[in-house]
Design a protein around this ligand. Sequence first.
Ligand SMILES: *[C@@H]1O[C@H](CO)[C@@H](O)[C@H](O)[C@H]1NC(C)=O
Ligand SMILES: *[C@@H]1O[C@H](CO)[C@@H](O)[C@H](O)[C@H]1NC(C)=O
Length: 230
Amino acid sequence: MSSPIISFFNLVTFQLLLGGITSVLAATEPKLFREYIGAGGKSLTFSDLPINPSVEFHFILSFAIDYTNSTSPPNPTNGDFKPYWDTQNFSPSHVSSIKSLFPNVKVALSLGGDDDEPVQSHYLALWRKYGHFIDYVNFQFYAYSSRTTTPEFMGHFERQVKNYRGGKMLASFGTDDSGGLKPEHGFFEACTEISRHRELHGIFIWSADDSNKFNFSYEIQSQTFLATTI
Ligand SMILES: *[C@@H]1O[C@H](CO)[C@@H](O)[C@H](O)[C@H]1NC(C)=O
Ligand SMILES: *[C@@H]1O[C@H](CO)[C@@H](O)[C@H](O)[C@H]1NC(C)=O
């Protein structure tokens, strides 16, 4: 006769184990904050941004582009990328210096950069072929309509999690006049819900050059949210 008590204990043990594993995962998962910087050509520096020591902070220099800027129309240079950010303020020594001041900082650079609708098909083709080499997905949720509601944002997020299956999807908003869901219209409410489903791997903002006029208050809010919520 099978014992319901043993089954009960097995169930409890299993849940405890699962609970333990889940909390270990939650503890090691970085609370990732990313921000594009440099595309506005403004005189910003890395150290203008508030950096919360409780998150992993990635600056993304934008953009390195393989097109000439000296001809009209620009000509493709087929892999010969040039920096289009302010190379005076964002030099290799600035990168070393911000990294030594903040051990939680990494600096990446972005190739190209485009958000036209047809681009998605190219990214999906890339994902199907090389997705297993890619950790995080910066999906431009601010390319959606500026009338996006909180439930609609969550729907978009779910759809992109399915499109880029296996990737760690980051939620995003723009501090320029792009679309999507802004903090004052429910972005963080959507993030709270997504986080409850354990699908929020971080937040990125486009872009530091535009956030300057808000005194980087959305950067502070995003990092505090990550440090305290997920
Ligand atoms: C073209 O790119 C080079 C290299 O980044 C830069 O020095 C130059 O100022 C750029 N010219 C224009 C017109 O943007
Ligand atoms: C930014 O900071 C300056 C100086 O403290 C202040 O005058 C301005 O009102 C602030 N702007 C915003 C949008 O908070």
